[in-house]
Design a protein around this ligand. Structure first.
Ligand code: ADP
Length: 391
């Protein structure tokens, strides 16, 4: 809003309003006189900077009406109101006057009759206040537009990644099929060196298949609108452990599970989350000690469950605790321990954020790493589903 803001006068008699108007006029301030409360509401919505209202015009009914109207104004709006009070008023009433129009009005009391300079300076500072509110509104609108642009281009990027990964699957399947045929027909006749080359090609195509699967998961999660349902978290954890069973057996991992809550979440997404986190605990195990993985929940935050996954693996240095959640980030030495692409934890972060939660690495007290993610607790109606279930 670039043009100067105007003042609006509501006085019980036209005479009073005229006198106030003259003072504002002399000070070069624009003003209008309004006939009734209907007009006042219309003018305020249209952008009036300050209303000047005499106490006599503000009976109980009028103040309730203005209060109700202001309550519906946007959050950035706190309308400046200059209230002209009579010098004869009871000072004990002053406190009650200040709250007369509620929290969405910023009231300045001016005793009348008053010096013109007092009235004008009060009106000017009220106009400045309103001007700042309009600047705040413009900034909020800009912020909103930027956030929408960002969300649009993000969604576009995820769609692109999803389409690219999907289209790469077909030629890769063809490569895998022909590799099998070549092996069937030539496998026995290949010399050692050609065998070695052949294994490299097979290994490369398998790694590419894993990368494409990880990219598809990431892109799918990026574009997902979570479908929420209520279920015991234990059920999804059991599914994840079932899928990971061969790897758990191979690593001879010891799994301990604490009491887990009922949650309201997207079930397939939580399954993917557990698969990634527990899969990593298995992948990044230490050759120096037995792998133990513990999954527990804590209730310390009144608004969210915190789910802990700890392992006795190689651990994560505190300086890497944030960057591992960025896409394509692997820690030094990871490649030597296990194959990967650095997409799993970025996918986990996206899943948790889609549920309004947060995921982080906690400073570990023992060897290994300690991941925590938060999940909002169901509201009062969801809470009726029950508390944590014992496993
Ligand atoms: P990937 O496992 O495919 O490399 P992730 O995004 O799942 O990708 O993990 C990123 C990096 O974080 C890994 O490369 C590894 O260095 C580190 N990391 C993840 N989980 C663990 C863990 N449980 N213990 C130790 N390091 C881990």
């Amino acid at each position: 809003m670039t043009e100067p803001l105007s003042c609006l006068i509501l006085a019980p008699t036209g005479n009073d309003a005229g006198l106030i108007g003259e003072s504002l006029d002399e000070a070069g301030l624009t003003y209008g006189i309004c006939a009734d409360l209907d007009q006042l509401c219309v003018e305020v919505s249209a952008g009036t900077g300050v209303i000047i209202i005499s106490q006599a015009a503000l009976d109980e009914q009028a103040s309730q009406r203005i209060r109700a109207f202001l309550a519906q104004e946007p959050p950035w709006s706190v309308l400046p109101v200059v209230l002209l009070i009579s010098r004869m008023h009871d000072p004990a009433q002053e406190g009650s006057l200040v709250d007369l129009l509620g929290p969405k009005a910023s009231l300045a009391l001016v005793e009348c009759p008053c010096y013109t300079a007092t009235l004008v300076s009060t009106v000017r500072s009220s106009l400045h206040l309103r001007q700042h509110q309009y600047q705040l509104r413009a900034l909020l609108e800009q912020l909103d537009a930027t956030a929408q642009d960002l969300a649009r281009s993000n969604a576009e990027l995820f769609r692109f990644a999803s389409a690219a990964a999907h289209d790469l699957q077909a030629p890769l399947r063809l490569i895998a099929m022909y590799l099998e045929l070549i092996e069937e027909q030539l496998g026995a006749s290949l010399n050692d060196q050609l065998q070695e080359y052949f294994q490299q090609v097979v290994g490369g195509s398998l790694r590419m298949r894993d990368l494409i699967t990880a990219l598809l998961d990431y892109a799918k999660v990026g574009a997902a609108e979570p479908t929420l349902s209520a279920f015991p978290l234990q059920e999804v954890l059991s599914e994840a452990l079932h899928i990971l069973q061969p790897a758990i057996e191979e690593a001879q991992a010891e799994i301990s599970i604490g009491d887990l809550p009922y949650v309201r979440a997207d079930r397939p997404l939580l399954l993917l989350l557990f698969q990634n986190l527990i899969g990593n605990a298995i992948k990044y195990r230490s050759p120096e000690r037995r792998l133990a993985i513990t999954i527990t929940a804590d209730d310390a935050d009144p608004r969210a469950w915190r789910i802990h996954i700890t392992d006795t693996g190689i651990g994560i240095a505190p300086e890497h605790a944030e960057r591992i959640f960025l896409a394509f980030q692997r820690l030094p030495g990871s490649q030597a321990i296990a194959a990967g692409h650095g997409i799993g934890l970025a996918t986990c972060k996206r899943i948790v954020e889609l549920h309004g939660g947060r995921i982080w690495v906690e400073a570990s007290t023992g060897p290994g790493s300690h991941f925590v993610f938060s999940l909002a607790k169901p509201d009062a109606s969801g809470a009726a589903l029950g508390g944590p279930t014992a496993t």
